[in-house]
Design a protein around this ligand. Structure first.
Ligand code: GDP
Length: 472
């Protein structure tokens, strides 16, 4: 009947078309079941294959995750450096580096890699990441327990030395360690990681515990491996929705974060006819004057009709159009929100539209090891993702998280680093996937990759960074 079909429809929305597992305790993570009421339904549906892979992953995590007998048994074997073969659960521990946006895009990459390689993903969350997110996996935790011997493990063999040994050794598998530190960070002295290549993957497959450090969205490089490519294609018939689905699956604001998000949204944004997210990231605050950035923001938003021009002749608007647009400004600096707000309060807009400007915080600088600072950053990324129209700053992973969660193709503001102007001030992105800033530069046979798109039809140069690639 009619009412039960509404109920079924809502249940499906709540679980994002089957992306999320049912059975969670609603009270411990209110956002998981409430967020769909704040968002438009995503036009991108998860494939049945993705859903089945997620349910398989959850089963594996339930069997091997912390607090299981298998975990305790495996840990003992790892400490004694004994490898007991296929019976053992395999793990990938994600290790944080850089800001929250970088961390979130690399967690998503690590999760996809875990699914592809049947590993259990554990995250090494310090106190600065405490209580930002709900647990993503039913009846289990993804947080690496603080008492594990691997919490501060830095003496284990590194991926780079494994590759070196492999070159010298005719039978490298005999000498493989049980734990390996896999640093995929970009450094100038080791130009190529060859991580995506079959040969590296063959070696890594035999190592039960990988400790991964990366601040990148390395999913595009996984596509360069034929067998990963096959699987990911089946999981994601729409390639540009990988981050969108996996981030919505993994990152549910904790009750504390959800309180901040939902109160702000309901107080300032919910009633507006249109919501515009404006992320102003200043990468070189000492060399870029605020006015140059403000000019860039106004050029972008006004020339693309995201915001209306000011009426410089009349002090009262005679237009019957009283549409209310809410602009959410995310920035470390208070001046951007303040001056935009003053601008639209001082004069009417030509269109008659009313523009409310709200900036939740202004932390002044990026802070490390600070839980409340991260909580604010997470709150703002999430609020930006609830926009109808999104403007972000080129190269900012903070913006990537917002666009990906929201499924929004952003207007990318040019990255100013001096007192300059730039035309165009911004450009519309072609997808909402994050950009991989440091893709592999060589094929697995050592030849340089000249043009990504001709070898890998699903990859394009990023608009905001031509050395980077992203999925289309
Ligand atoms: P990226 O450096 O722009 O790629 O983004 P990251 O998120 O990796 O690092 C920037 C960090 O600076 C964030 O995680 C925050 O800690 C802080 N930050 C930068 N911009 C903002 C902002 O608009 N709002 C808040 N609350 N924090 C910000």
């Amino acid at each position: 009947n009619y009412s039960s079909s509404i109920l079924i429809h809502n249940e499906k929305d709540k679980l994002l078309g089957g992306l999320l597992a049912s059975g969670f305790d609603e009270v411990s993570c209110i956002s998981r079941l409430q967020s769909h009421t704040f968002r438009k339904v995503s036009p991108h549906k998860p494939s049945q294959y993705l859903i089945s892979k997620l349910r398989d992953y959850e089963e594996l995590h339930g069997k091997c995750g912390p607090d299981t007998r298998a975990y305790k048994r495996n840990l003992k074997h790892l400490q004694s450096k004994k490898y007991i073969g296929a019976a053992m659960c395999k793990y990938i521990v994600w290790d944080p580096s850089n800001g929250l946006g970088n961390q979130m895009i690399s967690i998503v990459s690590a999760f996809l890699y875990a699914i592809l390689t049947h590993r259990v993903l554990l995250v090494r969350f310090g106190t600065d990441l405490n209580d930002l997110f709900c647990e993503p996996f039913l009846n289990s935790t993804w947080v690496l327990p603080k008492n594990t011997p691997f919490w501060n493990e830095r003496r284990v063999e590194t991926y780079q030395t494994m590759l070196k040994k492999d070159k010298a050794n005719s039978n490298p598998k005999e000498a493989l360690p049980s734990t390996l530190f896999l640093n995929l960070q970009h450094t100038l002295d080791d130009p190529e990681k060859l991580f995506h290549c079959d040969h590296s993957q063959d070696l890594l497959r035999n190592i039960p515990l990988l400790i991964l450090q990366s601040d990148q969205y390395f999913v595009p490089s996984l596509f360069m491996n034929p067998s990963f490519n096959l699987e990911i294609n089946k999981m994601f018939p729409e390639k540009d929705t990988i981050f969108h689905h996996l981030a919505r699956y993994l990152f549910h604001p904790s009750n504390e974060a959800w309180g901040l998000i939902s109160r702000f949204y309901q107080t300032y944004l919910a009633e507006a006819d249109e919501r515009i997210g404006l992320q102003i990231r200043v990468f070189s605050p000492n060399t870029t004057p605020m006015q140059a950035i403000m000019d860039l923001v106004l050029n972008c938003t006004i020339s693309n009709k995201l915001l209306p021009e000011l009426d410089t002749k009349n002090s009262v608007s005679y237009s019957p159009n009283k549409t209310l647009k809410a602009v959410l400004v995310a920035s470390l600096y208070p001046e951007y929100g303040e001056s935009l707000m003053a601008m639209y309060l001082d004069r009417p807009s030509i269109s008659g539209e009313l523009i409310g400007v709200y900036q939740p915080s202004h932390e002044e600088k990026q802070k490390f090891h600070d839980n409340m600072h991260n909580m604010k950053a997470w709150t703002e990324m999430y609020l930006l993702s609830l926009s109808d129209v999104l403007v972000t700053t080129s190269l900012s992973t903070f913006g990537y998280v917002a666009q990906g969660l929201g499924g929004l193709k952003p207007w990318l503001l040019y990255k100013l680093i001096s007192n300059d102007t730039h035309f165009p001030a911004c450009e519309r992105d072609f997808s909402f996937e994050p950009c991989n800033h440091i893709p592999p530069k060589h094929y697995c046979n050592g030849k340089a990759i000249k043009d990504y798109a001709s070898s890998f039809p699903i990859l394009r140069e990023c608009i905001d960074y031509s050395n980077g690639v992203k999925l289309v």
